[in-house]
Unconditional design. Structure first.
Length: 366
């Protein structure tokens, strides 16, 4: 294996895949990246056995071949070289030698045959969606995923399609986020649900920026996407996602409207004196006035009031303030709508008239 390329042509694919290359591994090969060279193309592959990223770049190939080298070390070497310098990379016995200007580096290798690759994913359905739409679905929902929950199916995001729309749903059991978007190729296949693991969601979000169309291939155990020069493949979580439709309030009888920024700021101020562990605040909804209260074990108290649009009987509900703030941060418009049923039921937060993106927050006892 022998190739030469400007520094930038090597740096870009390495940076693209490094998110899944771990520093400390029980399997040494997973700290390496696979370099495969042929037809004046370099492909760089990184994997953690759950998510695989393959990035390609144009290079000048003197000799085709493949080998694995320590990923972080190679990235650090290429990153610290001068801009636009020509880099020569060649395999010499059991080592890979990198030369650029007066610099020379020798890296250890492991055989390419030992590198675990995800080959065919046996795609059952392929859907097309605009990249910015897919990025928006993840951006608006990913924060509600659980982290290391024993209910492993909550440690990810549900992707659901009926052929016309793609829906993303995430929940940690205390709050839920939902967003949906029209598919570019309506009528593509039937209804399907898959759960993308947390690591896959975050890596996909990182590489989705940009214009153009995204093709998602959904297999039995994997999902795959080609995004420019990067191919993303992730295992799916094998489990049944909760029936989320049951927890979304339908036509709540009480509606409060408020300025998003004024509500956020009042919640942030009040949260300073909330219990650091439980983060509870008490919301009292009165005629055109919302009162927010918090207190903590040190007997400190905070109270704030916001003018809102609300009519009907007074209602008092406790919520985790972090969940409310996360939902408000994900809404893009100046006015938000909060739908309420009673003091013991979840609230639904969304932009007025918007059914495509909604957030549900369960109440808490204070």
């Amino acid at each position: 294996m022998k190739l030469s390329a400007p520094r930038e042509q090597l740096l870009a694919p390495l940076q693209s895949v490094m998110g899944v290359v771990e520093r400390r591994q029980t399997m040494p090969i997973l700290a390496n990246v696979l370099l495969a060279v042929q037809n004046n193309k370099l492909s760089v592959t990184g994997t953690d056995l759950e998510v695989e990223l393959v990035a390609s770049s144009d290079v000048t190939v003197q000799q085709a071949g493949d080998i694995t080298v320590p990923g972080r070390k190679l990235l650090d070497i290429i990153r610290t070289l001068p801009d636009k310098v020509l880099v020569n990379l060649s395999r010499e016995g059991e080592k890979v030698v990198i030369k650029a200007g007066r610099s020379r580096f020798t890296l250890s290798t492991l055989p390419a045959s030992e590198f675990p690759l995800i080959e065919d994913i046996n795609a059952r359905q392929t859907i097309r969606i605009a990249r910015n739409q897919a990025a928006r679905l993840i951006e608006k929902t990913h924060f509600a995923m659980a982290q290391q929950d024993v209910r492993y199916y909550l440690n990810g995001t549900l992707l659901e399609t009926d052929g016309k729309t793609l829906r993303a749903v995430a929940t940690d059991g205390h709050r839920l986020s939902l967003a949906e978007a029209e598919l570019a190729d309506a009528g593509a296949g039937g209804t399907q649900q898959v759960i993308l693991p947390r690591k896959g969601v975050l890596e996909l979000q990182r590489i989705l920026a940009g214009d153009g169309e995204l093709e998602l291939s959904i297999g039995t155990n994997h999902i795959r996407a080609q995004i420019g020069d990067i191919r993303f493949t992730s295992k799916l979580i094998d489990g049944k996602f909760p029936e989320y439709g049951r927890v979304i309030p339908v036509n709540p009888p009480r509606i409060m409207t408020a300025g998003r920024d004024a509500l956020r700021q009042a919640l942030q101020r009040t949260s300073i004196l909330s219990n650091e562990k439980y983060r509870g605040v008490r919301l009292t909804f009165g005629t055109n006035l919302l009162t927010i209260q918090a207190h903590n074990p040190e007997q400190e108290e905070a109270e704030d009031q916001v003018e809102v649009g609300f009519s009907g009987d007074e209602i008092e509900i406790g919520f985790n303030v972090t969940y409310l703030l996360d939902a408000l941060a994900a809404i893009d418009v100046d006015t938000v709508e909060v739908g309420l049923t009673d003091a013991n039921s979840s609230c639904v937060i969304r932009a007025p008239g918007d059914q495509a993106i909604k957030y549900v927050v369960m109440p808490m006892r204070l």
